[in-house]
Design a protein around this ligand. Sequence first.
Ligand code: FEO
Length: 393
Amino acid sequence: MDAKLTDNVFWVGYVDWSVRDFHGYITSRGSTYNAYLVKAGKTALIDTVKAPYVAAFLENVKAQVPLEQVDYIVCNHAEPDHSGGLPATVLACPNATVLCNAKCRDALAHHYDVSGWKFQVVKDSETLPLGGKTLQFFDTPMVHWPESMVTYVVEDALLFSMDAFGQHYASGFRFDDESDLCEVMQEAKTYYANIVLPYGRPVASTLARLGGLKLAMVAPSHGVIWRSHFGKILEAYQAWMVCKPAKKVVVTYCSMWNSTRVMAEAVAAGAEELPVDVKLIDVNATSDTQIVTEVMDCAAFAAGSATLNMGLMPRMAATLTYLRGLKPVGKTGFAFGSFGWASKGAEEVAQYLQAMQMKPVCEPVTCRFAPDAETLAQCRAAGRALAEVALKA
Ligand code: FEO
């Protein structure tokens, strides 16, 4: 596949077709660790790859330039999926200087033995003339880590956007216009929900800050490169960074002897009385990766748990803990669940929803053992109330 972005700018990364678990994020379509080579009067590598794939990465670099001719290795982000190959790359490129910001240098020193490395620390907006091409560096703190930065090739209007606009998406194609755009956008959404969601405010600041740049191409550190449809992903980011709600109700549940499942079905049936998108999700049958992707753009969220050992079901606890960390904002919530002798499951669910600042649509609905007709009517009414909220989105 064509690895050339512009004159003398090449993709030299690694396509990871088999990765399925990215510290808990289920990467059903694999991923790529994108790295790039800018050849001008001087030569700069932009990032490296995950440590196990550094040999393949160095072969890609060697196909374009002898390793002795690499002058700079830019490290936009210290997370090991991009910096893991850095120690081996520094060894392989004897004339290279590692170029990064001060926070990144500090982070690298806490990851690796950097005692023999040559560093050049750059400040926000600083430029580096390579001779024919100019690199410019912009700090983008918390998109995704505190030291994150992006690199811009001024002459090509090309932005190496690091994690931003990325997708965990393995492909033989390098560019958005060669790929199935529906798949790419779905993976971009999943990526945003599972990686970027807590950082809506820093994303907004970054987009505002970089908004003045001319952008002919945006090359993230994962997935395909945006050269024809950047407007589409940018528009999506504007919605995702504020969790812009769709007319959607998500009902999740974790049942023991089917009582909470029957309650969840009643909540969903109530929501379906109105023309909104309703998702009914058994957390035992669905990954948290998928669940948070659905929750990110819902208007209303319900969670039900049976009570086990005086608490909520462990699988629901895992889902809600994951969601709480990712901080979806602006949702209306509803807690429910059955119990045997102490109503603790729904109580703890309600505490999670409160921690996520979800506005309760009504008091939690609980029942002892199996739900009766009155309980199911309450669940149905709660579902309809959630849909009324969603309908206004
Ligand atoms: Fe792809 Fe935050 O690393």
